[in-house]
Design a binder for this molecule. Sequence first.
Ligand SMILES: Cc1cc2nc3c(=O)[nH]c(=O)nc-3n(C[C@H](O)[C@H](O)[C@H](O)COP(=O)(O)O)c2cc1C
Length: 343
Amino acid sequence: MTMAEVLRVAREKLYPRCRVCPECNGVACAGEVPGFGGIGSGAAFRNNFDSLARLNLEMRTFHDVKKPDASVVVFGETLSLPVMAAATGGVTYNMGGKMTEEDYVDAIIGGCRMAGTIGLVADGIGDPMEVFQRRMAVVKQYGGKVVVIIKPKTQDEIIKRIRMVEEAGAVAFGIDIDSAGRAARAVAGQTVEPKTPKQLAELAKSTTLPFFIKGVMSAREAEIAVDAGARAIGVSNHGGRVLDHTPGVAQILPAIADRVKGKITIIADGAVRHGADVLKLLALGADATMCGRPLVRGAHGAGKEGVALILNGIRTELIDSMVLTGTATARNVSPDTISEVRA
Ligand SMILES: Cc1cc2nc3c(=O)[nH]c(=O)nc-3n(C[C@H](O)[C@H](O)[C@H](O)COP(=O)(O)O)c2cc1C
């Protein structure tokens, strides 16, 4: 199975939600939320893509780095590449309903396992508990090698789900705090809300599972996440899908890393498409990255094999980029791997 075949099938299944453009940069799908796009003008999605594309790498070939080590350790798990599947949800309202929830989660998590990494599973704002339970059954099936994301519901509703995540044996749980503005989509008995530092600390203390706060876009809030007892932050604008006109992740990441690097695990996402994108985010201070839209296409194009094909392709590109920048290990990427920022 070739990449071209995977993408052809993905296009058949996902069109017009996703047009499977040669460059997944948020232009064609601007404003398409639900769907695959960025919200409103689409600027936040485009900022992710453009801010990464503006960075150039310094080529260095006078060294002895022949077999770089692309592995990293996240939540106590050794990953064969510093890329995890991002949380992507809404098989019906975002993706068009060509896969069932179980088949989709199975493709993402199974594909990650095949590629030697782990993935995140998403939560829907209005998902009945029974849907969450079905998702946890898949998590269990994969021996828990998964990070489970819970929407920023009320404290009680989150803690109820944390108990189920513990039971399923997941490696960590997270909340996508940047979904807090979507209360309008809530259904009876379930809503979403921003959290105070005290509430974040309460969630961290409610379990021995590592706590991941996804959707941190400022150095100030990154520090609050550290103080609240989170194990990791996701520097992410939710793929540009929640607040129009947020900066690109590559623009904001250095200031965040400057403040909290070494105190908390920094996981960044937003327009990771190729190995060089991963290397750039690591050079800017991330410990690992996540990839969203390309893996949704992989899952629809060929299930877990499609997801693994894309992740393995990114790993090959990353290793080539590491050799050509003299980067021995993904656990320590020098900031001067980035040589310049194009205007
Ligand atoms: C269709 C779709 C659904 C998503 N659903 C969720 C979600 O339910 N929870 C979440 O935390 N992030 C969600 N995201 C955001 C991703 O986790 C991730 O932050 C983003 O996709 C990264 O950008 P990229 O797609 O350009 O790689 C979704 C993204 C897409 C494209």
